[in-house]
Write a protein that binds this ligand. Structure first.
Ligand SMILES: Cc1ncc(COP(=O)(O)O)c(C=O)c1O
Ligand SMILES: Nc1ccccc1C(=O)C[C@H](N)C(=O)O
Length: 424
């Protein structure tokens, strides 16, 4: 399809968009009375209107039933998290028994590393990507330190080549082969938070296994954004936060995946708690831990039901729409954004550089734009004029045209505001 940078064309695309109506499911902040153009769903997703009723339900059950709510509320709290298994498993390409919700992302990655980072004298290295999200870097450093290694000897970063913004698959595979028998774990962000690069998770997972290592993925920017087949790819474990593309609310619960091949492995250590104990016998208060066979067996504490409530509301929305419809709009709207950026760049003789891969199979909902010759002033201008983006040092803005609630008209309007901002 040949795109045009006109309001009429954007409206035409909106009229063909089957997800157009879902914008109305979300609450948009307003600036001077007008809904903002929201490009930061990769940091914090918008609030679905249906979330509040789910939270209210828990508040009411708590008021009316108090402790009895654990077992007798409309959605009993003691197994509330089990409602996520079906819809979540479809989002990440897993069996229902392979997913669970608990804690928060970095905490879950730490807990999963308890099981899957088991360094020995000869096999102790972790491969990760250069400039991983800082929380992941601190996690790796503290984990290797905990096991008695120094970060510089145990952490192997895959570097970008000189002058390139993205990591090449061939370089990931070469590094895995090079580290070979010393490799204990590969743990990479499935979608890089800064550039929006999507890694070839299937190929990297297979390569890590061939080297004899476990392979896990930080799916913060991938869950609800890209097509995942965690089960078929034989990923060992993964975790994600739910407050980005899954719109569950600030700091909300994380999701976890543990492949079924690990469910009955008594050799795998884990940090246990009563919520991971045999469900039928949990309240018998027995001494010996008998883990649930499934990702739920990694649960530790009883769950924060008030925060799961909006996550459940949002996950049901995903279930209604399905990942395939989302991804098909995602690709079209991301390409339209790319087109509009390039058109504006030509019109104003500017020098943007989109550092996200141009290849649609290596990107998803995010375009990261290097603003050569522009500074924070442009970002501030956009914010003031109703475009919410985010700024990452030294001079990158990240734009995520989330398919659930972004319209093609938003993209056109953004282009016009951007142009005015550059010419200001
Ligand atoms: C890739 C990645 N990893 C980890 C985190 C940290 O998540 P949390 O603070 O929920 O542990 C984030 C975002 O905050 C992220 O983007
Ligand atoms: N949870 C947050 C709390 C405060 C500020 C930012 C975040 C983010 O999630 C940042 C996000 N991980 C990012 O890719 O920028």
């Amino acid at each position: 399809m040949t795109f045009q940078n006109t309001l009429e064309f954007a409206k035409l695309l909106d009229s063909q968009d089957q997800l157009y109506k879902y914008q109305d499911e979300f609450i948009f902040p307003r600036i001077k009375g007008e809904k903002v153009i929201y490009f930061t769903g990769n940091s914090l997703g918008l609030q679905p209107k249906r979330s509040k009723a789910y939270v209210d339900e828990v508040m009411n059950d708590w008021a009316n039933l108090a402790v009895e709510g654990h077992f007798y509320s409309e959605k009993p709290w003691w197994d509330y998290h089990e409602r996520f298994a079906n819809p979540l498993s479809k989002i990440v390409g897993a069996l229902p028994s392979e997913v669970t919700v608990m804690n928060t992302l970095t905490v879950n990655l730490h807990l999963l590393m308890v099981s899957f980072y088991r360094p020995t004298k000869t096999r102790y290295k972790i491969i990760c990507e250069e400039k991983a999200f800082p929380s992941d870097q601190y996690m790796f450093q503290s984990q290797v330190h905990f096991h008695g290694y120094k970060p510089e000897e145990a952490i192997v970063e895959i570097k970008r080549r000189e002058g390139e913004h993205n990591i090449r698959l061939e370089d990931v595979l070469a590094k895995i082969e090079e580290v070979g028998e010393e490799l204990a774990l590969v743990l990479i962000g499935g979608v890089n938070y800064y550039t929006g690069q999507v890694f070839d998770m299937k190929t990297i997972t297979a390569a890590g296994h061939k080297a004899g290592a476990y392979v896990g993925w930080d799916l913060a920017h991938a869950a609800g954004n890209v097509k995942l087949e965690l089960h078929d790819w034989k990923v060992d474990f993964a975790a994600w936060c739910s407050y980005k593309y899954m719109n569950s609310g600030p700091g909300n619960a994380s999701g976890c995946f543990v492949h079924e091949i690990h469910h009955n492995n008594p050799e795998l250590p884990r940090f246990a708690g009563w919520w991971g104990h045999n469900k039928e016998r949990r309240f018998k208060m027995e001494q010996t831990f008998d883990p649930i066979h499934g990702a739920d067996g990694w649960q530790i504490s009883n769950l924060p039901i008030l925060s799961l409530a909006p996550y459940l509301a949002s996950i049901e929305l995903f279930d209604e729409i399905g990942m395939d419809a989302l991804i098909s709009k995602r690709d079209k709207i991301t390409s339209y954004l790319e087109f509009v950026l390039k058109e504006i760049d030509k019109e104003v003789y500017s020098t943007f550089e989109i550092i996200t891969p141009a290849n649609p199979s290596e990107r998803a909902s995010q375009l990261s734009v290097l603003l050569h010759g522009e500074g924070r002033g442009l970002f501030d201008y956009l914010m003031k004029h109703g475009v919410i983006t985010d700024w990452r040092e030294p001079n990158v803005i990240r734009l995520a045209p989330v398919p659930l609630y972004t319209s093609f008209k938003d993209i056109y309007r953004f282009g016009q505001i951007l142009k005015a901002g550059i010419l200001r």
